[in-house]
Design a binder for this molecule. Structure first.
Ligand SMILES: [Zn+2]
Length: 466
């Protein structure tokens, strides 16, 4: 997770308004899928370490590490930078003529596309045998709102950004550059159109979605700035509603993506009505990436086997959905969530689970923390007690409502220390761990639900919620 974090936070700062305006990509979840997600869940966790909480970020631009050197036809004395090439330079940023010393890998590194993309786009049968002067077509830019710019001598991040009226920060993060001085002569940069945000219909001033490509089990944050006060703002991500709360002059919606959400592209729609009655709609698409989850095989005793019945799972799911559907605009939490007990994770969120040789196949809707019976369980954040009741699978459960559609769930408890409606602070003892419900041994099953979907709690235990 720590590996991922930097790139995620980079992404999150990256303004997606441009993408939104025309072609954007958005994340969404398919409700039908989430429905199927009877997150079953709780059971003890075998101590299988499986830190797939967060998949390593695949580097789409990664080039093969051991590529043979290009075969170069040297014509006269090579002077890569100044000597005109055997072929004319093209003004089309999508066309490159191979220069002395260039390889498919170096072209890939300069253009921001992968070597395999380039090879495929150009039908190269021997991708490592480039000839000087050979014409290479770069793949089209990822979106109509992205322009390509080729770095020339004297360019700096600041000068290029100024030329396009965008911030150097945006330029750097759009291109995943490790530093602001990392420009190379001849490099192709992707430049988001500065005017894109203002191309949004009134009253939208800016729309940001982060992460740009959320993964299964993550939380999508949609931030909207409007030019006029709104009387209403609503949205849909796939067929799940986006519910906005006002904060610091912005409208922010948090939306969870289930571990069972099929990776793919989903529609996102945002509707606003100003106080003057002006109605406006913006539509886009969000790509959802795959999370990486492990696999566990669990065997329940005969006594617990009735809890594998699909009907039991569905009914419990429906009851939880009803609780999670409460939405209060008040945000109770501040900063990241706190760990409910001081322990370690023995089963991660999203883990695919096979109970009793296929009697039930499901996924883990939370994380399991080891704990002896009677360990004090503390509120992960300030909130209101939304439920303190017994479920067949989750056993004795306390659910805290933290506002804005965010809930934490504490399961298999032996005892409650709070009542429904009570307001608690972060760190307050709300109950004690136990072994109730469909549990294979004493532990705390801890869930985080956002926008009605259970997501990976580690995301919010380690990062502040906006
Ligand atoms: Zn569990």
């Amino acid at each position: 997770m720590s590996k991922l974090r930097p790139s995620l936070s980079n992404l999150s700062r990256y303004v997606v308004a441009a993408l939104l305006a025309a072609v954007f990509v958005f994340p969404s979840f398919a409700p039908s899928v989430s429905r199927a997600q009877d997150e079953p869940a709780n059971d003890t966790a075998p101590a299988t370490p499986e830190p797939n909480a967060e998949p390593p970020t695949p580097d789409p631009n990664a080039a093969p590490t051991e590529a043979p050197l290009a075969v170069i036809e040297v014509i006269a004395t090579p002077e890569p930078t100044d000597t005109p090439l055997p072929q004319p330079r093209s003004n089309d940023p999508l066309v490159r003529f191979v220069q002395v010393g260039e390889t498919l890998n170096s072209l890939a590194a300069q253009s921001g596309f992968s070597a395999s993309d380039l090879a495929q786009r150009n039908g190269l049968t021997s991708p490592y045998l480039l000839l000087v002067g050979q014409k290479i077509r770069l793949p089209a830019p990822p979106s109509n709102n992205i322009q390509l710019y080729r770095v020339s001598a004297g360019d700096t991040m600041v000068s290029i950004a100024a030329q396009y009226g965008i911030s150097p920060y945006v330029l750097r993060h759009t291109n995943d550059l490790p530093c602001s001085a990392c420009l190379v002569f001849g490099q192709t940069l992707r430049v988001p159109q500065a005017g894109a945000a203002s191309a949004l219909p009134e009253p939208f001033e800016r729309i940001e979605v982060s992460p740009i490509v959320p993964r299964q089990g993550e939380v999508v944050v949609v931030r909207i700035a409007a030019r006029a006060p709104l009387q209403q703002i609503t949205g849909m991500l796939a067929d799940r509603p986006l519910r906005f709360a006002q904060k610091d002059g912005e409208y922010i919606a948090l939306s969870g993506i289930s571990a069972l959400q099929e990776p793919g592209v989903y529609p996102i729609t945002i509707r606003a009505i100003t106080q003057n009655g002006l109605a406006s709609v913006v539509q886009g698409r969000l790509q959802v990436g795959a999370g990486r989850f492990g696999y566990e095989t669990l065997n329940l005793s005969a006594k617990l086997m009735p809890l594998l019945e699909p009907q039991v799972n569905l009914e419990e799911r429906a009851e939880l959905d009803a609780i999670f559907s409460d939405f209060s605009g008040t945000q109770w939490w501040q900063g990241p969530l706190q760990w409910p007990i001081n322990s370690k994770v023995v089963s991660y969120y999203g883990t695919r689970r096979n109970f009793n040789r296929g009697m039930l196949n499901t996924f883990h809707s939370g994380i399991d923390l080891t704990a002896r019976v009677g360990t004090a369980v503390k509120a992960a954040a300030p909130g209101r007690v939304a439920a303190a009741q017994t479920f067949p699978i989750r056993g004795n459960v306390i659910i805290l409502d933290h506002g804005r559609g965010v809930f934490t769930v504490y399961c298999h408890l032996s005892r409650f220390e709070v009542e429904v409606g009570q307001i608690v602070n972060a760190g307050d003892v709300i109950g004690y761990t136990g072994n109730t419900g469909r549990s294979l041994g004493p532990h705390l099953h801890f869930e985080l639900a956002v926008g009605g979907v259970t997501v990976n709690p580690l995301v919010w235990l380690e990062r502040e919620l906006p």
